[in-house]
Design a protein. Structure first.
Length: 157
């Protein structure tokens, strides 16, 4: 087996297991990083969203082989020390979470969107925020994104 070298939340990592294993299971089972959740297993719900080289990616579909030389960021690596990421703080300020199951994935998708488009259009928000929230907090999610972004993301779900 070959060794896959990658960076996780700013730290160098090595992986020597099954190259076809999804990143989600490596994070949860091997590393104990349980913020990314298993929801559907087909990349539709978004509960497992992480950043891969700055882009939102569904970790349930991402084989470890795709990580060679990559930078991965999980919800556990989003804050800077004790300082929450602005999206995390907005989630608290707008009381977004209910059950909380999808929230790590929603936060990671929103953070990737805002890093790429600091003042996204409603269409950009729609495209980026494709995860499923079974509690239906979409309006609060939009308000939280808008509070970080400014007026460009104020469209309703």
């Amino acid at each position: 087996m070959s060794t896959i070298q990658y960076r996780l939340n700013g730290q160098p990592r090595s992986y020597t297991g099954d190259p076809n294993q999804p990143l989600l299971w490596h994070l949860r089972d091997d590393l104990g990083l349980i913020g990314s959740k298993f929801g559907c297993g087909i990349g539709a719900c978004g509960a497992c969203t992480v950043h891969l080289n700055g882009e939102a990616a569904r970790s349930c579909l991402l084989p470890m082989a795709a990580l060679a030389g990559a930078e991965v960021r999980t919800i556990e690596g989003l804050a800077s020390g004790d300082q929450l990421h602005p999206v995390q703080q907005a989630w608290i300020d707008h009381d977004v979470a209910q059950c909380g199951y999808c929230q790590a994935g929603q936060i990671m998708a929103a953070a990737a969107l805002l890093e790429k488009h600091p003042d996204p259009s409603e269409q950009q928000v729609n495209a980026a925020m494709s995860g499923i929230c079974r509690c239906g907090t979409y309006i609060r999610i939009r308000k939280a994104i808008a509070s970080v972004a400014g007026d460009g993301a104020r469209g309703e779900a």
